[in-house]
Ligand binder design. Structure first.
Ligand code: SF4
Length: 273
């Protein structure tokens, strides 16, 4: 049997790898493969971390595979002419689900010969609180080995690996479309702010030209099509990333308590820790 351990490189992923190591005797004949999807949008230091995660896997008889979608986050945004958002949330599907399915197909890993392992945990969110240790995804049997662990128990597993416990969620997307809180905006790397700003300018040119051509009543040449079009952000979220980060760093403004806890809950096991 093939066991595909779906990892993003965050704390839950590391804890799950440790769980596999500690429980390997229950799967004596099985092959374990850790799969990481490189979205092309990770924080600057993530690639280096994933090299270490890969080495850790190999040292512990777990194969390590990096799956790359044909187009990364930036290319997809440019191709589609807009950022993903909570309504048009195509990023998980395009960056993770489709490339995973394609890779499994290419490697003949079918529901008959393969089990998926995910690092979801029930105490991550209200929706995830209903998760159990077994499930089904895309026709495959799924094992969620750390589903009932709380933060403390998860951290104990992480520390056994030699990795430190990260103070944040997984950063394989930096920023994630759900990270529109003041705190998260403050922590976006300078280069990434510049990149998002440049993409916003291109997307804005495209969308405004399109609306103008179509005589769309919503056409407004001053509208900026931003990555975070949230009314909760400074300037109604319409100022673009640079304005939003400026707002996030200012003393004034409304901070939405609880926003830090938002993340993608829809396609389980693909986005999270
Ligand atoms: S981590 Fe966030 S930005 Fe990345 S694919 Fe998942 S929901 Fe989209």
């Amino acid at each position: 049997m093939n066991n595909l351990v779906s990892i993003s490189g965050g704390n839950d992923s590391i804890a799950m790898l440790q769980w596999v190591i500690e429980n390997r005797q229950h799967f004596p004949e099985d092959r374990f493969v850790a799969t990481y999807i490189n979205t092309g949008w990770a924080v600057s230091w993530w690639a280096e971390r994933m090299v270490k995660v890969g080495e850790f896997c190999e040292e512990n008889d777990i194969e390590y595979v990096e799956i790359k979608p044909d187009l990364g986050f930036e290319d997809l945004v440019r191709k589609k002419g807009g950022f993903p958002n909570k309504i048009h949330k195509w990023c998980t599907q395009e960056l993770k689900v489709k490339p995973s399915i394609k890779w499994r197909k290419e490697n003949k890993l079918t529901p008959k010969n393969t089990i998926l392992f995910t690092g979801v945990r029930a105490d991550e969110s209200i929706r995830r609180s209903k998760y159990t240790s077994t499930d089904e995804r895309e026709g495959y049997d799924v094992i969620n080995p750390i589903v009932y662990l709380n933060d403390e128990q998860r951290n104990e597993l992480v520390l056994k690996t030699g990795f430190d416990v990260l103070p944040t969620r997984s950063s394989e997307c930096h920023p994630c479309i759900y990270e529109a809180s003041k705190t998260k905006l403050r922590n976006i790397e300078e280069d990434r702010i510049e990149l998002i700003h440049n993409i916003e300018l291109d997307v804005t040119d495209y969308q405004n030209a399109r609306r103008k051509m179509q005589k769309n009543p919503k056409y407004n040449p001053d509208e900026i099509f931003t990555m975070f079009p949230s009314a909760n952000l400074g300037g109604n979220g319409k100022g673009g990333i640079k304005e939003q980060v400026k707002w996030a760093n200012s003393a004034r403004g409304k901070y939405m308590l609880g926003q830090d806890d938002m993340f993608c809950d829809e396609q389980f096991g693909y986005c999270g820790d």
